[in-house]
Design a protein around this ligand. Structure first.
Ligand SMILES: C[S@@+](CC[C@H](N)C(=O)[O-])C[C@H]1O[C@@H](n2cnc3c(N)ncnc32)[C@H](O)[C@@H]1O
Length: 508
């Protein structure tokens, strides 16, 4: 298809979708104030843009709850009720969602897998699905790392994101929970008479369809808890798998029109979850021509890219980097090596790792205020310190070293707070430098690469943005430590000026 006909088709699908939406009983859409527009030139797909100045609190559109695609509204539930019987009261209704199967057995469904089944079912009904015009505007291709080639993933270098892509977990979930249900009910999913019946998909086709639908749900679905705060805001510190909060406590649904809104870390609209309908309202005055933006939460660039397949400069403030404990331990060992035998070091390590609180790695991040009630960010994000848990684990490790070897350094560091702090800061500083060296390019090289030079693909640009963001946090943490060390030294000098030199402190 040439570019012009692609463009026409895109516009036609948008028109059909908006027309279909506006005709839904109970739906409203302020077409005098807003329009769905083609934002592909900004690599943002469709979005909603203000046509006129909008007053705060204006209701921009309303989505009746029965227009949402979820387990409660799709006919699939009536056709295979046994699959939807989750043994919890109301577990499959978005209004009373409490769907906590905790991962469950390999075939047990959750709200996440049920929505995948529902969406596959609706997709395969083609023209008989009442959501057809909406399904037609959902994406068929994604820029989330799940779909990247090994070479593209390699651009992320040493980012912890690489281990979180979760392709294999997603494959397993689809093979365990999705394909068997479809195979057992082929007459339902591929009904006679529909155009899909002539073509019963094989397992590979179903796998790729389920990936596509799963990724759509990841980037588009809303959490439908009826507490007026249910806008999809996955918990940040949940497990890192693809399925994370999908196994959680709330009901998911696809909300036509609400999910045409793009989002940023500063935003101007909010989706309110009412009893019978969801409404999009303006949080502040919006000028004609401005895009209406929702909020996905304080996500670092890496997470934004993993879940939604895009990055924005405003999300950089939430960037994080993971510091593996192993690097801190290695640095400590270099400083204490002479004092502790290898076997004792191993014993101390085993002792520390046996602790329930033991962490393999620590997340470094800046302190940042939340957006205000108008969706604006008023202060800068600043690196203000290392995670407390890292300091606690450092102390626990020294205690373990003392216990197994009674090494001088550990004994002294545990009894002298200044010495311990100096040792800690030095070890973490060394570990941060070592962490930076794990990336194939330096921060300065990444800055030279530049974003939007036209030489990189979009995925490469996003990868550079993510790895560069992590290196920036590493640098800020190092600067913070150096400043902290200087301050400690100055404090010591002042104390020594008053009290004379302190033998213990000179060692730091
Ligand atoms: C809920 S949908 C929003 C509608 C979407 N643009 C569309 O065309 O269907 C979320 C997806 O929109 C895109 N998106 C959202 N906010 C964006 C932004 N600020 N910049 C670029 N893309 C964005 C991402 O691809 C994301 O996965």
């Amino acid at each position: 298809m040439d570019i012009d006909s692609q463009h026409c088709r895109f516009a036609e699908r948008t028109r059909n979708f908006v027309g279909w939406f506006r005709a839904l009983p109970g739906a409203t859409f302020r077409s005098d104030l807003i329009a769905v527009q083609d934002l592909r030139a900004q690599e943002a797909g469709r979005g909603i843009v203000a046509l006129a100045n909008i007053e705060p609190d204006t209701v921009l559109f309303t989505i009746p709850r029965n227009a949402i695609i979820c387990a409660a509204t799709s006919q699939l539930r009536d056709k295979i009720p046994q699959v939807f019987d989750l043994d919890h009261d109301g577990a499959t209704h978005p209004d009373h969602g409490d769907d906590d199967d905790g991962g469950g057995s390999s075939t047990e469904q959750s709200s996440w897998t049920l929505l995948i089944l529902v969406m596959i079912y609706e997709y395969l009904q083609v023209d008989s699905s009442r959501w057809r015009p909406y399904l037609d505007v959902l994406p068929t291709a994604f820029d989330t790392p799940m779909f990247w080639s090994p070479n593209e993933l390699a651009e992320l270098q040493a980012s912890a994101l690489v281990a979180k892509v979760g392709k294999q977990e997603a494959d397993r979930m689809i093979q365990d929970k999705i394909i068997p249900v479809i195979r057992a009910h082929e007459h339902v999913f591929f009904p006679l008479g529909s155009s899909s019946s002539s073509q019963i998909l094989d397992d590979n086709q179903l796998l790729s369809l389920a990936h596509r639908i799963g990724s759509t749900i990841m980037a588009y679905a809303f959490d439908l808890e009826s507490d007026d705060n249910g806008n999809k805001q996955p918990e940040q510190d949940e497990d890192d798998e693809w399925m994370e909060d999908r196994e959680g406590k709330t009901m998911l649904g696809m909300v036509p029109m609400a999910d045409i809104l793009n989002a940023d870390a500063e935003f101007n609209a909010h989706i309110n979850h009412g009893e019978d309908a969801l409404t999009a309202t303006a949080l502040r005055p919006i000028r004609a021509g401005e895009e209406i933006l929702n909020y996905y939460g304080p996500l670092p660039s890496g997470e934004l890219m993993r879940r939604y397949g895009y990055v924005t400069p405003k999300h950089n403030r939430y960037n994080v980097v993971e510091l593996p404990w192993e690097l801190v331990e290695t640095e400590l060992r270099q400083r204490a090596g002479g004092f502790v035998a290898s076997a004792d070091w191993e014993k101390a390590r085993n002792l520390t790792q046996a602790d329930d609180e033991f962490e393999e790695s620590f997340v470094l991040e800046r302190a940042s205020d939340d957006p205000d009630s108008e969706g604006k960010l008023l202060t800068s994000a600043v690196f203000t310190g290392l995670p407390d848990e890292l300091g606690e684990q450092f102390k626990a490790f020294l205690k373990a070293v003392k216990k197994v070897s009674n090494a001088d350094l550990a004994v002294q560091a545990l009894s002298d707070r200044d010495l311990r702090k100096g040792l800690y800061l030095e070890a973490v500083l060394g570990a941060l430098q070592a962490r930076e060296r794990q990336y194939a390019t330096s921060l300065e090289e990444d800055e030279q690469v530049g974003i939007r030079t036209g030489q990189l693909t979009r995925r490469q640009e996003m990868a550079v943005c993510v790895r560069r963001g992590e290196k920036e946090v590493l640098r800020e943490a190092q600067s913070w430590i150096r400043r902290h060390m200087d301050e400690t030294r100055n404090d010591l000098k002042r104390t020594q000026g008053n009290d004379g030199p302190g033998a213990k402190r000179q060692r730091v």
